[in-house]
Design a protein. Structure first.
Lengths: 263, 327
């Protein structure tokens, strides 16, 4: 485990070189949140009214939290990196090092987004406070569980993206698959909570990765309960296992057929 | 004691065939056809502990494929490989702790980190205790003269400095065998020489077995005592450098500046390489004519200046490659 923590640490150090890029990304994040704030302000003619179990403030905080996770993940870059590693044969050079490529990819990605996660969270909290004038009712314990579930969410999402990136062993370009996946996550869990979807869809969404990656942690922030936290963490634990097994399976199958150009 | 044993090693690649033009592209989607490329066709060799061996061949000969199978990067189709008693196919991770690899055309260092942080990183991935890594860095820093740029980000280093750091990174875990795939590619002659002397020193001080592939004859000549030549996936030569240089072709090169013109045409055992009147360059096949006889033909009184040398290794290797092409 020490080696993976070192990989994580090295990536955190490396990402400090790109602080300007992160700060530039804030602009898009701000615009996105501002649009949603205006949208919900318009839809909630009375700010105290409740829509599908959410007040306007809860709705805005929900979107802020899912947007933090979404913006932090940087899934497109990760998918492209894995895909390029496979296509260029770079992945092969990891085989003669004593570490697992999947662990390496996961920890190095989590390392590269750590600073971004902290900065986006701070910005999200500041923007939320500026838009709404108050924080939701939160305690130290709820914050702690939200942080844990957010880390779990990023780890699961990263593994799913790695899994999609590894499709490059079979097909030329995995990016279209990532595009479809990201749109599902964006529409079904990031912009709207599960409660806003038709009744028939809700149970499916509750058992889908959306619950573990976006809806669960964000809902925990706005509707905290220990029962809720327990459910989210259990779902994350299961999905972490599923995502890892999927990556492992595709990777093992892929490296056996690996074809590296000679010199 | 053999540290590398290779028996009947084979690898075939399946490459998609595509006809030219749009029609060909569409056809390859609907009904793809493949052709088999036999990259390695049943090669055998062994390498002893502490040897410095050159594994060479022209482009596409199968040397990189072989090195990749030896290091566990590629799975062989058939045959046996034993590296320090380990099978790279089945015990890849275990093997990784015992070998080091430097691929001249592939960066393994993190470019945003300094060499020092990179070495610490490599120490961590090989599960070496921190104090041991620290000691090793200090030791290698001296040997490879890294002091000046140890704390400069890798992206700001020159190619020669980077290659030095790449080699050090692959030595942190004290590998028993070091696989060097074109380590001096793209370097200037001074830096090349520097890298070569460091590799030599490493072999001497740490008794590391060196398995080197290179297109640079200087690397091969100055570093290795044994050479294996591979072409079209088959071993064409496995001999000592001495034998290769002095016995394989049995030829000497004579360059002479003459007082008078000499006609050596149709002389058995002599090939005229260059004849510019008073300046003559000939090749003497010593199996047919001795150098002394060749000099007699030139007439020693007629010679102003003379230089007798072995055929450059580069020519010998090219000759071997060509002979194989003709077969």
């Amino acid at each position: 485990m020490r080696k993976y923590l070192f990989i994580y640490k090295s990536e955190v150090m490396s990402s400090l070189q790109y602080l300007a890029n992160i700060l530039f990304g804030f602009l898009g994040y701000f615009i996105m949140l501002f649009i949603f704030f205006q949208l919900w302000k318009y839809l909630y003619s009375d700010p105290d009214s409740v829509m599908n179990g959410y007040t306007m403030a809860e709705m805005v905080w929900y979107v802020i939290m899912t947007e933090i996770l979404w913006s932090t993940l940087g899934g497109k870059n990760l998918c492209q990196k894995i895909s390029n590693d496979v296509k260029s044969g770079n992945i092969a050079y990891n085989l003669c090092k004593p570490y697992s490529y999947i662990h390496y990819a996961l920890f190095s990605h989590l390392g590269s987004i750590t600073i971004k996660a902290v900065l986006y969270t701070l910005l999200g909290l500041v923007l939320g406070f500026c838009f709404l004038g108050e924080f939701p009712n939160i305690s130290f314990l709820s914050i702690l569980l939200w942080i844990i579930s957010s880390i779990g969410s990023l780890a699961i999402s990263s593994l799913f993206v790695i899994f999609i990136g590894l499709f490059s062993f079979k097909i030329e370009d995995a990016n279209p698959f990532y595009w479809v996946y990201s749109k599902f996550i964006l529409i079904l869990g990031t912009i709207f909570p599960i409660e806003f979807f038709p009744k028939i869809l809700r149970p499916i969404l509750r058992y889908s990765p959306i619950f573990a990656t976006t809806y669960g942690p964000a809902n925990l922030f706005v509707h905290f309960s220990f029962q809720n936290a327990f459910r989210v963490l259990i779902a994350q634990f299961i999905y972490l296992g599923i995502a890892y097994v999927l990556c492992y399976f595709v990777y093992q199958k892929g490296v056996k057929k690996l074809n590296v150009n000679g010199g | 004691m053999s540290v590398i044993e290779v028996k009947n090693l084979q690898k075939t690649f399946r490459v998609k065939k595509k006809e030219s033009g749009l029609k060909g592209s569409l056809k390859s989607i609907i009904k793809p056809t493949y052709r088999q490329i036999e990259a390695v066709k049943g090669i055998d060799f062994t390498v002893s502990k502490g040897e410095m061996i050159a594994f060479i061949g022209p482009n596409g000969a199968g040397k990189s494929t072989t090195i990749k199978m030896l290091t566990g990067i590629l799975y062989p189709d058939s045959g046996d490989i034993s590296i320090l008693g380990l099978d790279p196919k089945k015990e890849r991770k275990k093997l990784a702790y015992e070998i080091g690899t430097v691929f001249g055309q592939k960066e393994q260092l993190w470019t945003h980190l300094t060499p020092y942080d990179n070495f610490k990183f490599f120490g961590a991935i090989y599960d070496i205790p921190e104090e041991v890594v620290e000691r090793k860095i200090q030791e290698l820093k001296e040997v490879f003269e890294l002091e000046e740029f140890l704390n400069t980000p890798v992206r700001n280093l020159s190619l020669g400095q980077r290659i030095r750091c790449e080699i050090v990174a692959s030595l942190i875990h004290e590998p028993k065998i070091l696989f060097l795939d074109e380590p001096t590619i793209g370097l200037d002659p001074v830096v090349k020489e520097n890298i070569r002397s460091l590799i030599k020193r490493m072999n001497k001080e740490y008794k590391t077995t060196i398995f080197l592939t290179s297109h640079d004859v200087g690397d091969i000549e100055k570093l290795c005592k044994r050479v294996i030549i591979i072409n079209h996936g088959e071993l064409v030569l496995d001999d000592t450098m001495e034998n290769l240089k002095y016995h394989y072709l049995n030829k000497k090169m004579v360059e002479a500046k003459m007082k008078e013109k000499v006609n050596l045409e149709e002389e058995e055992g002599i090939t005229i390489l260059k004849d510019k009147g008073y300046n003559l360059k000939i090749e003497v096949d010593t199996t047919l004519k001795s150098v002394a006889d060749a000099l007699k033909l030139l007439n020693p009184d007629n010679i102003v200046d003379i230089n007798i040398s072995n055929i450059p290794l580069e020519n010998i290797i090219t000759e071997i490659y060509k002979k194989e092409e003709e077969k």
